[in-house]
Ligand binder design. Sequence first.
Ligand code: GLN
Length: 520
Amino acid sequence: MAKTINEEKVRHIANLARLSLSDKEVKLFTKQLGAVLEYFEKLDEVDTEGIEPTYQVIDGLENVFREDKVGKSFSSKKALSQAKKINGDYFVADHVFSKKTSKDRKNIDRKKIDEYNAILTEVYEKGTVGHKDLFMTEDVETTAASHVLDGYIAHYSSTVVELLEKAGHKTRYKLNNDAWGHGASGENSDYGPTLNPWDKKLVAGGSSSGSAAVVSTGQVEVATGTDTGGSIRLPASFCNVTSIKPSYGGLSRYGVIAFGSSLDCPSLMSSSAKTLRKYFNKVFIKDNFDSNTKSKKRDIKAKGVKKIGIIKEFAGKGNDPEIQRTFKEAVKLIINAGYKVEEISLPNAELGVAVYYIIAPVETSSNLARYDGVRFGNGREYFGAEAKRRIMLGTFTSSEGYADKYYDKAARVRTLIINDFKRSFEKVDALISPVSSILPFKIGQMSKNPLQLYLVDLYLSAISLSGLPTIALPGGFSKENLPIGFQIVGPRWSEDSLFDLAEKYQSLTEWHKRLPNNSG
Ligand code: GLN
């Protein structure tokens, strides 16, 4: 079989994406991207004849118009304050035709300010909430855990941060994460991996790694995170925390650094479903700054959960035996609590990883194009390895000659995945499955093999592609005392029903109350 990618093509894509790669990087990326592209070939076998592509999942959306009137904006001083070079009232850009790059800002090595490397900045000692460093916080450094944004001071706060502040929940910490949200382990942070409070040799799960660590140790009552393809659910599961990923469009993305725009869901974590719900209700608002939050359908009352489907493809023998055992026990408990449970097949759900790792990198390569070192932040040479891989991957799968085979095909398979879920919700009110097939793993164990790390998302991607609300919650422990979570998924805008079910489960179990040994 002819290789889809070779060093020459890698150099060409790097050029298109304005990344300058060393010879060593070209070699490595050729190998790694080759393996990922080979994995995508499973989509070739899917019949998408007559299937429309899905580019976004918003329903009942209305255009948001406003009067065109002059309002308050930044002063030019403020707008220019983060630029490296200015001339009077103008930004100075590097010469377009010169090859020179300026590494004139040195990398700031973050001081590790806690034993888990979960915290990037302490904002206010008496604060009670923590924010993933993708959330803009006015006048506070906001880095997306990337050296590109070292020293970047946000001009305004994201809607979620502002709503919490206004409700009296001051920000205590800015928290570590995989840079730009790219990752499942927390190891892709440019400031080093977050350590799992249950065992410091293990990953905390990502990308919202710091959020899970500080909630599990009780350092904050609630933390924000984002879930583009599982990033709130996996760390919640690996650290014994309860999380909500709302329906896509549920919480405002305004002021949250963008990763994959058709997938990004600002999300929350806390120690119980009850506390989580209290906070969730404060931030679940329609925001004029993010028209995705304006869906009328969100006001339709969810019908409650009586019948639950076990996702057949996610609950089988491929799971770690300890995960199989705890999941069976959780199901038993749910049946004893009076719910009807049956098995449901989602035949296309396992294609989620291939579809997600085409669509999310395409979207992130576009979103990260704005980091050119002119208006804010450092130049593109500051991107870490995973960000570069994703920019390369997304640029390639959407480039001329390849977009049909990859991006367009993925958008059509996305429709098939969504239809699987729609059909299942004609039979049941919610679906359940483990969050992952494996327990928290050793730091460094998968870092040389990006595809292996992408496959950790097997039970997460399809749900994100469909924009469905999901609560991940503690469901037991392994023999080695490692947390194991499971997830409850509902139709769009069924958050209330999911909270009812999660609260019911937590009224019958104690798992969520366990704290890691060495925490207060
Ligand atoms: N593991 C996924 C990824 O690496 C999820 C990321 C996310 O949800 N932000 O892209």
